[in-house]
Design a protein around this ligand. Structure first.
Ligand code: GRF
Length: 189
């Protein structure tokens, strides 16, 4: 199964997927990293693993659609089966969705439909819930609204700081995302 990973930041999920031996053995090929931020740490992580990188800064394009058309043009020759969003901080438009229908997945650091948006962990922490979690879902035109593929819960402990909770949520992401992608690879074979 050939995938492009889209990321904007640190790339710990990229790393968890790229370094997962079982996934590689099952036939996952990360053929491209697409990044919208030239300074993102994930770029170096891709270089180190010899994953080809495309950096496209959205502000060089007239609008979102034009930006995504450029992304689609980059990916077209690569015969991508799935797009894996891993901390990609942009809304996906119908340009990409129409090109890869039901083929774009995302990971969100909360139990959707609770705490959508970019501060999923912090919002759960501030709401003082006793349990939060991680969701992997298909992308649709909304923000964190597409059909859910898998979820895992994460306890919030009474003495948690935001940092300790973040670390616990991220650790679960790094387990859940490769596991979901493994299932996709099996179905795609
Ligand atoms: C993760 O928490 C993911 O759920 C969210 O963005 C974060 C990306 O972290 N969508 P990283 O760049 O993979 O370390």
């Amino acid at each position: 199964m050939r995938v492009a990973i889209f990321a904007s930041g640190t790339g710990s999920n990229f790393e968890a997927i790229a370094d997962n031996q079982r996934l590689q053995q099952a036939g996952l090929e990360i053929v491209q990293l697409v990044c919208d931020r030239p300074q993102a740490a994930v770029i170096e992580k891709a270089h180190r693993r010899e994953v080809p990188v495309t950096v496209l800064a959205p502000r060089q394009f007239e609008n979102r659609q034009a930006y995504e058309q450029a992304v689609v043009a980059q990916l077209a020759p690569l015969a991508i089966d799935y797009i894996i969003l891993a901390g990609y901080m942009r809304i996906i438009t119908p340009v990409l969705l129409g090109t890869y229908p039901q083929r774009i997945i995302n990971i969100h650091p909360a139990l959707l439909p609770d705490f959508p948006g970019i501060h999923g962990i912090e919002d759960a922490y501030r709401a003082k819930v006793s349990e939060t979690g991680v969701t992997v879902h298909y992308i649709d035109e909304g923000v964190d609204t597409g059909p859910i593929i898998a979820q895992a819960t994460v306890p919030v402990k009474p003495n948690d700081t935001l940092a300790t909770l973040e670390a616990r949520v991220h650790a679960v992401e790094h387990q859940l995302y490769p596991a979901v992608i493994y299932d996709l690879v099996q179905k795609n074979n």
